[in-house]
Design a protein around this ligand. Structure first.
Ligand code: PXG
Length: 455
């Protein structure tokens, strides 16, 4: 990192040797990549020294903010004491086991066991196998099908991308794999038509029931969804949605899987997203905020119902990763959770900064380019619209989003544009003044966007 000649040439080296995730490399190489060199609190700094307020917490993950020396020190201590050992052959390491206990302690006694992975994608592949194994052990080997949602994101591995509902991802690699079916998403603004949000929430939830009928209840293993869809555009479901989904899963005896990779660890003002919506999942993949992104670690939480089968009845589960429960990642995650607890970040999001953020975002609804804003805790979206009265969207919504986002970026604010929705997911430590700055800069971006889109 101190190799200055190489650093000055880093963009060219990157263009020559690095294939970035989810990137059109020809376009990226022509535009040049931005090099992020350091970060502190909610701010990141690029190689020109420019500072940005990171309203996206890296990639929905740096919940405790950047520059937490305690996490670096915990990882360093663990690395010196025991840099690696596996948990395959009747062994474990102290941080691995203590982390399992710590995570369980935040699930209201409902999800008491965890299988560790290195990422959310691996967590998707893991619960997918678990759900099928579960029913096989219970004497129902034909219960193998999984229902997921269009425009969901569950990762990039083969099962993860198949479970996800992104058509353009499926087109690469002949996905989805067999046995995965998709239903609609609770995106009222775009798809609700003349229904009220409450009516629409019930309608899309009942698509699950229809799909179960179509496939046959005795063939369906599980339904998976994010409490709030993240990468799909921060799609916040109407309040009627989750109770109906939970009712259907229970009535039809299929496992309910809550993908907590983004919603977990305080983002919604609760430890996990399902707690905000008041339902009880059977399986819950986690990652991101588990370590605030300081080191890669994920996992799958299990209800007692599932754990009972996995522990008491299955025998060997032939599944695992070299780095499952990696002691250094576990030590970092433990320290991350200690910080969240000690600073009361979950309560802060629920009672203080979350409501403040919601009010700030709401103030943008008077802008002509804004159709609707929505948020829960510290995740939010600004829906752009060409005509806010009729909910008409821009013909080139992609461009509208990019124009607003790029203007914000120039003015030192990092946020995401997914099509015509502007997305926010700041670190949970963001201050009121920083929220004000996020809103002010967004408003300027909207002014710019409205002008260039010429509506
Ligand atoms: N589930 C959810 C809900 C996610 O958001 C994953 C699973 C997969 O996690 P890993 O750790 O394998 O990436 C994710 C990841 C985006 C974007 O463009 C979102 C994610 C990853 C990359 C890009 O918003 N989320």
């Amino acid at each position: 990192m101190n190799d200055k000649p190489a650093l000055s040439n880093l963009a060219a080296i990157d263009a020559a040797h690095h294939l970035h995730p989810f990137s059109d490399m020809k376009k990226l190489n022509a535009a040049g990549t931005r090099i992020i060199e350091r970060a502190e609190g909610v701010h990141i700094y690029d190689s020109t020294g420019k500072r940005y307020l990171d309203a996206f917490a890296g990639l929905w993950c740096v919940n405790v903010g950047y520059g937490r020396r305690e996490i670096a020190e915990a990882a360093s201590r663990q690395m010196q004491e025991l840099p690696y050992y596996n948990s395959f052959f009747g062994t474990t390491t102290p941080p691995t086991t203590l982390l399992a206990q710590k995570i369980a302690s935040h699930t209201d006694g409902k999800l008491n066991r965890v299988f560790f992975t290195n990422s959310g994608s691996e967590a998707s592949d893991t619960w997918f196998r678990m759900a099928r194994v579960y029913w096989k052990v219970l004497g129902k080997p034909e219960k193998t099908l999984v229902i997921a949602r269009r425009n969901a994101y569950h990762g990039s591995t083969v099962a993860g991308a198949s479970l996800g509902g992104m058509k353009w991802m499926h087109e690469q690699g002949n996905l989805p794999i067999e046995g995965i079916h998709h239903i609609g998403q609770p995106y009222w603004y775009a798809e609700g038509g003349d229904l009220s949000p409450a009516e629409f929430g019930l309608k899309v939830a009942r698509e699950l029931e229809e799909k179960i009928d179509e496939l046959g209840e005795d063939r369906v293993a599980a339904f998976v969804a994010e409490p709030i869809q993240g990468a799909g555009g921060v799609i916040i479901p109407p309040e009627t949605y989750w109770p109906e989904i939970a009712r259907i899963c229970k009535a039809r005896n299929i496992l309910l899987v809550s993908d907590e990779v983004i919603c977990g660890f305080g983002r919604l003002g609760t430890w996990f997203g399902h707690q905000h919506y008041g339902f009880e999942p059977d399986l819950a993949p986690i990652a991101k905020g588990l370590s605030s992104g300081y080191l890669p670690i994920g996992g799958v939480l299990m209800s007692d119902r599932v754990a009972e089968v996995m522990v008491e009845e299955l025998g060997d589960f032939y599944h695992g990763f070299t780095y499952s429960g990696h002691p250094v990642c576990a030590a970092a995650a433990l320290e991350n959770i200690r910080i969240i607890e000690e600073e009361g970040l979950v309560e802060r999001v629920r009672d203080d900064i979350g409501p403040y953020f919601a009010a700030g975002l709401k103030s943008l609804e008077d802008h002509p380019m804004v159709g609707e804003v929505q948020s829960v805790g510290l995740i939010g979206a600004v829906q752009l619209a060409a005509d806010k009265k009729t909910r008409e969207r821009f013909k080139d919504g992609e461009r509208a989003g990019v124009e607003v986002r790029n203007h914000c970026l120039t003015n030192g604010l990092v946020l995401r544009a997914t099509g015509d929705r502007m997305l926010y997911s700041p670190p949970l430590i963001v201050t009121r003044a920083e929220v004000d700055e996020m809103i002010d800069t967004t408003r300027k971006g909207l002014d710019h966007g409205w002008k260039v889109m010429g509506e």
